[in-house]
Design a protein around this ligand. Structure first.
Ligand code: GRG
Length: 308
């Protein structure tokens, strides 16, 4: 297990250096993910799972989980197995999303997609392997957290990943494909579920592990719902404005597919304004936490300023 010192300690209250924080946290998460998933028999499946899990990415979800656990008075060590599990679930959703039956993408995180390297059959199974292992990992590796809080975390995550969360969002997305009359309400549903549900689970589960009160969980949930939507709006903008090299995946896919997105409904400038407003609303939810909220506040700002 990763030690608190390796995870980088909490920052001094007056200043907060987000880039150093993100680099340190990302390094610690890479180490934890690497040791979480050794290659054993049958090697092929573990190699395919590791191929995508260790392919980089911003590691935003585990970083949010650790930050939220600390905000709520816990330690990063308490949340590291859940943080790894969140990245496993996120990665499995990317593997399945990239399959020919879904988005049919050739590149992800700057590398060939899982099915391009291992074939559709193994890619499906690698996703399944990561999804199931995520829950096993939380249940078996979480230490120094009351069992009731671990159970609540597992239940929250199961709901977020399931038909009422990621899967539901993906289903409505798939059903909306090729339609030009997708409403803002439907678009909001898709993204609140497909992207927002897991981001919310990151923040809420971190705080559950720390034993946060129901009122604090509510505040953190509202914070995360807002940054989740802002994250997706920025994602849609970047699909138009960024290059394949910057994104590590095919750029301009939405326009090419004639997909209804936030910028296609609002234009880029208004989309940026909406994303900034959502981030401002998100940050307002954390006012009660004072300087303990500095990392989450800075991450919220990063969501609108990011370039990939
Ligand atoms: C969870 C059981 C289960 C099934 C998955 C395929 C599917 C169902 C859902 C699709 C979810 C999906 C791909 C949502 C898009 C989310 C999104 C904006 C991804 C990009 O996230 P980043 O930018 O990527 O954080 P990195 O690579 O940095 O981690």
């Amino acid at each position: 297990m990763v030690l608190a010192t390796e995870l980088g300690s909490s920052q001094p209250e007056s200043s907060f250096d987000l880039s150093t924080y993100l680099v340190k946290r990302k390094e610690a998460i890479e180490v934890a993910l690497d040791s979480a998933l050794p290659v054993i028999y049958p090697e092929k499946i573990y190699e395919a799972m590791r191929y995508s899990l260790l392919a980089g990415g911003k590691r935003l979800r585990p970083i949010l989980c650790l930050a939220s656990c600390e905000l709520a008075g816990g330690t990063a060590d308490m949340a590291i197995p859940t943080a790894c599990a969140l990245e496993m679930i996120h990665t499995m959703s990317l593997i399945h999303d990239d399959l020919p039956a879904m988005d049919n993408d050739d590149y992800r995180r700057g590398k060939l997609t899982n099915h391009k390297v291992y074939g559709d059959d193994i890619a499906i199974l690698a996703g399944d392997g990561l999804l199931t292992y995520a829950f096993e990992f939380i249940a078996t590796k979480t230490e120094n957290v009351p069992p009731q809080q671990v159970l609540q975390t597992i239940a929250y995550l199961g709901r977020a990943a399931g038909a009422g969360g990621l899967i539901g969002g993906q289903v409505v997305d798939v059903e909306s494909e090729g339609k030009t009359d997708v409403s803002l309400e439907t678009l909001n549903y898709i993204h609140a579920h497909k992207t927002g549900a897991l981001l919310e689970a990151c923040v809420v589960c971190g705080a559950i592990l720390a034993g946060a009160s129901a009122a604090d969980l509510q505040r953190l949930s509202r914070f995360a719902q807002n940054i989740g939507l802002a994250f997706q709006i920025v994602d849609d903008i970047l699909d138009i404005t960024a290059t394949q090299e910057e994104l590590g995946k095919t750029a301009g896919k939405d326009v090419k597919a004639g997909k209804v997105t936030f910028p296609s409904l609002w234009g880029i400038e208004e989309s940026r304004r909406q994303a900034s407003q959502l981030v401002a609303d998100a940050k307002a939810q954390l006012a009660v936490f004072g300087s303990k909220a500095l990392p989450l506040l800075a991450i919220a700002d990063f969501i609108t300023s990011r370039s990939n």
